[in-house]
Ligand binder design. Sequence first.
Ligand code: ABU
Length: 524
Amino acid sequence: TPDKHLEYSKWKRSPYKHQSNVICSFLRLDLLPAKNGEEVTKHFLQELLNILLAYISKSLNRSSKVLDFHHPHQLKEGLEGFSLELQDQPDNLEQLLVDCQDTLKYGVKTAHPCFFNQLSTGLDIIGLAGEWVTSTANTNIFTYEIAPVFILMEDIIFKKMHSIIGWSEKEGDGIFCPGGTMSNLYSVLLARYHFFPRVKTAGMLALPPLALLTSTHSHFSIKKSAAVLGIGSESVFLVKCDERGKMIPKELESSIRTAKSKGLVPFYVNATAGTTVYGAIDPLNDIADICERFGLWMHVDAAWGGGLLLSKRHRMKLQGIDRASSITWNPHKMMGVPLQCSVILVQKKGLLQECNQLCAEYLFQPDKHYDVSYDTGDKSIQCGRHVDIFKLWLMWKAKGSEGFESQVNHCLENAEYLYYKLKSRKDFQLVFQSQPEHSNVCFWYLPTSVRNMPPGPERDRELHMVAPKIKAKMMEEGMTMIGYQPLGDKVNFFRCVFSNPATQKEDVDFLLDEITRLGRELYS
Ligand code: ABU
């Protein structure tokens, strides 16, 4: 109404939170595509941008908290006017802005330099801009018809990645998927189709009893893939690792023989380049030799380790990756691309298409007026797909390959710094003594009481409780965040990972100071 638009000019003059009586009169229906909705839309989005900018600055401010922790029941009950409940009546635009602000307030600032909890950390501003552009374009990436630029960008990025891996120009294909688990699922699906193409139409009846091999330290998604694909998680043979978490090639050979002796048909080996907890990289060339000898599909789960390929200093750790039949690589981890951004790369051209295509006639019409090989959506097991390429492409433009290289090197330097710090301390113990290959550093904090105990089950029981107790207090206070887990015969230990370019050595020092402070408070 004209009155409302008069009021809008008042709103425009000062921040929305002091003008609630004015902005309260605007609702979603005042935004575009409403007639004359441009001004309200512009103002609403500008206010949102202010909220986002304030959040980004706060996330990068070391004196602000990483999180303002509340238990699920507290958030469900509602906090200071922040209610998750939905009503029949629409809320006004001011309330929506406050909801956006509160959503960020009670979330976790994963961009904070002291957030060490996950493999995906940080917030790349160019990547964020890319995600905004992508959301504004709001298209699907199944056909060239509706995503011409994005489809070509995918093609360019795949070629870049193939060449970094060392595949020839004639080789290589790929598809973006929602996360590393899905990328790994594709690898099992493709391997099975490669050896048993009848499975696509005849299903499980076309298959002998199959076996997959992966290491005890590998990601759970390999077992999950076997379960999802009807192969069964019991058909996954877990190959023993050395004390650093690397698959032992001799053990792989013996597991293959064991599977065969049980009447199973091994067809797939997953080698991990960057295990989730230790960051271990399996001996890829040795595994490739074994796969060649036994005629098996070799997949490399480089979800975490793929980023190392961009560093001249570290890429040799992945020697042999070019021999893989398929590779998972998550740019949303080490390369710092905003979530989500994950690919499955396949050496054999055309296999993705053959394995997954169903030629839906309403989408993939063969008689379109352009080169329909660019309608890449039928390579996917999904129909609708989010555009994950643009933020990666834009970041690559902004940094160049060299920018990614220095980012990766910086993260590994932080890991090295933490490793040497821990080595010199009596109140910390490294889980394994050798320098980590990736940016994972695993360690125990040893309160004096535990340090004074002789090795044995009683000490282990005590030590097992240290990390969860410290983590609980750490989350309540909110100044930093780090993960912990048990692994094999090792009781709960901390895992620190570096993928945030904003993290500096002073943040590493702060983490150790915090663990020590909290530990002393809990165990004094
Ligand atoms: N495997 C997905 C990532 C796990 C992590 O951030 O620790």
